[in-house]
Design a protein around this ligand. Structure first.
Ligand code: F3S
Length: 662
């Protein structure tokens, strides 16, 4: 029997219910309705509303004629609101009042000259909507680590007036850490706790429930941010499953307690379906584990024997245990890793300690288990490792919702997603089948539960790598690193445990609007250390190679007097800028554009024109190049004049008549 506990406030929040009610009200009145994107992150609910006639549109322009457009509870960017009004659409604003409050904070921050700092997922529609209301500078941070990075790269945030707020569904515990840092480090920060109560309450209840239960089930849409956060919170405490429908429920072993919670966008009907299914399983089905346990009750399970392997088949291993009966170990009793073959575990002649599972005197056989003896020993090792903080090694045999299962000495150790990788949010699939090093952070032998942390080891290794790096690093030293993230002002590169930054101006000799024009996340790059600050841990990196410097090329290949073609790239009142070689634009002063007086450069040139110019001056120190079209025109004119003046003497007269014969 599985014990089921339901969180008190699972399911729809006030804002989600309000938005759905608004759509239902339109449909109930027989009106046509459309929603700008799915009204909630819940595919079944959206399908239900669609079946009633509410169309999901991607943009305001797609709204069917006569339909009222419902703006969802996340809110929309300002441009969209303006577009809706410009199109003259009838609309219903279902933006949650809690989100609206943050829009106001963002607007006021800009109006008061404050920098707006928002904590949340930059790709989430709520966050995109909020930042569109910022009238001044703003940053979006995903958590404490990003905040620390931001404070290093933007030290002005420490003293400048800052208004900080969080996405309504932001993780409460992460927010508390960020808010503490802001209060400690930023001397002029106004911090607003804008996490929605409904979210915070669901998160707290989910955490409490996960602490009491062996497994958690979170019901909600896979692309719902608040559901994903509930899953992450629960996964820190126990094995957690995120399901959208009742038929995705996994099988649970008898005796386990299973907690159920649901995201704020999950309708009560789906939660009820999940509870009904659990009740059904409990009353009518005996799952596999239960059956196994029952069958084991009749066995003589307390006897251990030593045996020698005498034969191996694909399904069994035959063992001589020094008795008249033939001993055999079924493949499933060899190892807890279902993927291994018998020949990978034992070979003929091996001596093994085994547990007697069943004796069949009639058939003259003894069924044995190696896996259970290994597991018993494994618990001792695991318990000791937890007490001493030892590092263990194991293989990831399964990626489950909320984490991974690592096999160590035949024991399954659950590693929550938050403890499985060096930073939060990394995908877990790549860990499947990998050997990993981890620590044990929790053991409960009665409940057969061991929880591990790979992150703790990775962090320690990273720290050691950092210390080694700082001992050896010098300015000018070359490194090969991996691009970790991009911001508007540069690219962060992992140099092997330590991050450095290539400023956008260092990425290329040419003008670059965004670092993504030169590098992308995951690229391997060769860099050198330009500057170091051991106190703040800041490392600035160089990426441009001196030999690619266009000014060196210009000096070498384009001396003053060179005539070349240049493309007009910009205009000002005093002249036109033209690209001589990539990375160098020269100025054609207005007086040098034509051989006669012109009012403005646009009278003769336009951006994109390719013109013949003469380089008339190069200032390598100030990086300035002067160009002239006029000089060339005058030179051409002088040549033509000279040619015309000398024509009589030099003129060659061609006659059509045949020369006279001598
Ligand atoms: Fe509103 Fe909070 Fe729900 S912000 S939409 S009541 S989660």
């Amino acid at each position: 029997m599985v014990t089921v506990k339901l969180a008190k406030t699972a399911g729809f929040c006030f804002g989600a219910k309000r938005a759905v009610d608004m759509v239902q009200a339109l449909l109930d009145r027989g009106e046509r309705a459309a929603t700008l994107g799915p009204i909630l992150h819940n595919a079944r609910l959206v399908a239900h509303l669609e079946a009633r006639g509410a169309r999901v549109v991607e943009s305001p322009a797609q709204t069917p004629p006569g339909a009222a457009l419902v703006l969802r509870s996340h809110g929309v960017p300002r441009e969209i609101e303006e577009e809706v009004r410009a199109l003259g659409l009838r609309y219903v604003d279902a933006t949650c009042p809690n989100v609206k409050k943050i829009h106001v904070l963002a607007r006021e921050a800009g109006a008061q000259g404050r920098i707006f700092l928002l904590f949340g997922d930059p790709g989430h529609p709520e966050v995109r909507g909020i930042v569109s209301h910022c009238a001044g500078p703003y940053f979006v941070c995903e958590g404490e680590e990003e905040l620390q990075d931001l404070l290093k790269t933007h030290p002005e945030l420490r003293t400048a007036p800052v208004t900080a707020a969080a996405q309504t569904t932001f993780h409460k515990i992460y927010w508390q850490k960020c808010a503490e840092t802001l209060k400690k480090v930023c001397t002029n920060a106004a911090v607003f706790d804008t996490i929605c109560n409904a979210t915070a309450k669901r998160q707290k209840e989910a955490l409490d429930l996960a602490r009491q239960c062996d497994r958690m089930v979170v019901v909600g849409g896979r692309d719902s941010s608040n559901t994903a956060k509930l899953r992450d919170i629960c996964a820190e405490e126990c094995e957690t499953y995120l399901i959208e429908r009742a038929d995705e429920l996994p099988a649970f072993s008898a005796g386990l307690s299973v907690g159920i919670t649901a995201g704020a966008s999950t309708p009560a009907s789906i939660i009820k379906e999940v509870l009904d299914t659990m009740a059904e399983i409990n009353s009518t089905e005996q799952n596999f584990e239960e059956m196994l346990e029952e069958s084991l009750k009749s066995m003589n399970t307390d006897e251990k024997v030593h045996g020698v392997v005498v034969g191996i088949s694909p399904t069994e291993v035959y063992v001589d245990v020094g008795r008249k009966q033939a001993g055999f170990i079924p493949a499933a009793e060899l190892s807890s890793d279902p993927s291994v073959k018998p020949e990978d575990v034992l070979k003929i002649g091996d001596e093994v300690e085994l547990l007697i599972m069943k004796t069949n005197d009639q058939e003259g056989t003894i069924m044995l288990s190696k896996r259970r003896v290994d597991a018993m020993k494994g618990w001792d090792v695991i318990q000791e490792a937890q007490e001493n903080g030892d590092i263990l090694e194991g293989k990831v045999i399964e990626v489950v919702k909320g984490g991974v299962i690592v096999l160590h000495n035949a024991l399954r150790v659950f590693v929550p997603a938050s403890q499985a990788t060096a930073t939060r949010g990394e995908e877990l699939e790549s860990l499947q089948g990998k050997e990993v090093r981890f620590r044990i952070i929790e053991v409960n032998r009665q409940r057969h539960r061991a929880v591990g942390s790979i992150r703790s080891v990775l962090r320690e290794e990273r720290k050691a790598a950092q210390e080694k790096f700082w001992e050896q690093v010098e300015e000018g030293q070359a490194y090969t690193g991996k691009v970790k993230s991009l911001t508007n002002f540069g690219a962060f590169v992992d140099l092997g445990g330590v991050d450095g930054m290539i400023h956008i101006s260092e990425l290329s000799w040419n003008r670059v609007k965004h670092p993504s024009e030169v590098v992308k996340v995951g690229d391997t790059v060769d860099v050198y250390v330009k500057g170091l600050d051991k106190e703040t841990g800041k490392i600035s990196l160089g990426y441009r190679r001196p030999e690619d410097n266009p000014w060196v090329k210009l000096e070498r290949e384009y001396p003053v007097g060179t005539v070349c073609e240049a493309k007009v790239v910009g205009m000002t009142a005093f002249g036109a800028f033209a690209s001589v070689i990539p990375g160098i634009d020269g100025l054609i002063h207005i007086s040098q554009i034509a051989d006669h007086r012109i009012e403005k450069p646009q009278d003769v040139l336009k951006v994109g024109d390719v013109v013949k110019v003469k380089i008339t001056d190069v200032d390598l120190e100030r990086h300035r190049v002067s160009l002239s079209i006029r000089v060339l025109l005058e030179e051409e004119q002088a040549e033509a004049d000279a040619a015309a003046a000398g024509a009589p003497e030099n003129e060659t007269v061609y006659s059509t008549e045949a020369p006279e014969e001598e």
